[in-house]
Design a binder for this molecule. Sequence first.
Ligand SMILES: Nc1ncnc2c1ncn2[C@@H]1O[C@H](COP(=O)(O)OP(=O)(O)OP(=O)(O)O)[C@@H](O)[C@H]1O
Ligand SMILES: [Mg+2]
Length: 324
Amino acid sequence: MTIAIHESALIRHFNTRKEVLRAWEESIGCRFSPFRGFKMPDSRLYVEHPDFLDSIVDLIITNERHIFLRGPVGSGKSTLMLLALRDLPTLADRRGNKFITGYVGMTGLYEKQMAAAIADSLRVKYRRSWESTQIIDAVAQESLRRYVEEKCRTALFIEDVADNQEAAFHKLRFLADLPTEEMREGFTDALDEPIITLVMSGTAVYWNAMLSFLPQIADRTEPLDVPPLDDMKAREFIGRRIAYAQSRIDSFDPDSFEVQPFEEKAIVAINTAARGNPRDIRMLARGCQQVAAENLRKNGNPIVSNQIAELVCEAYATILREVR
Ligand SMILES: Nc1ncnc2c1ncn2[C@@H]1O[C@H](COP(=O)(O)OP(=O)(O)OP(=O)(O)O)[C@@H](O)[C@H]1O
Ligand SMILES: [Mg+2]
């Protein structure tokens, strides 16, 4: 009996809270919260980092180093990978080679799972019964064939690379070192450069682990730090999400847009507390929405003022510190 009363009180509380948030969304013409987390974020929500993206793509094109996209959780590593994956197939390197791309987004993989995931991502055929070594050999042979016959280099993107089993790394190392001596002997002049470029992602801690445990790969890999969003980009991040929730994203103009009901100073406060980390910006903006929604209920004003932002950032400071 007591439990039932508590439950209904709890449910009532959540329903009221939902209604309060909903009223705020409606008051600014949104169909849902601009700051909800999307499992598959729409690429129209992405704030571009053209210079940084160019530096990734340039490194891939010059083919001197593998790449490690380094950044804290939520800093945008996966998003940058998707942007680079979007651009690569349209480009060619100075020798006229084009690119074939593969993306391994799963982690926690064993050797054979890693081999299969790589083959799948590069659309290389193999048999289920094969050992991981056979699968990786098939990937190597097919990558070689694509390079020699189709003038296509391979760019292989591996997310959160250190979260895989150690044995899986030997497969990556083998691919990172291609072509083998044996392959080179067959094609004396054409094979004087790597045929597969690895683009890996992970945190700084994992990069340091890689330096000590896998120097063979790390020595030939360039770590690139994901840049934090500056205040202009944080503004665009919020502006895009509001436009998206208002179903106006298709006419979004990055050179001229509104961020109402956010005050400009509120966005600066949020971005400062988030240190330019998009995941944290979203979390703080959502916190601001909650406070503003309560205010709307009391006084009819949906504004996210600088004062609200300061309050929310203060309250979240401990959480953000702990997460970091
Ligand atoms: N440039 C961007 N523009 C808009 N949203 C972004 C951008 N970068 C990241 N985000 C958003 O921030 C969140 C975190 O980004 P992402 O998943 O790319 O980070 P990550 O570094 O890969 O995080 P994790 O360490 O959890 O894998 C996602 O909701 C993503 O959509
Ligand atoms: Mg990620």
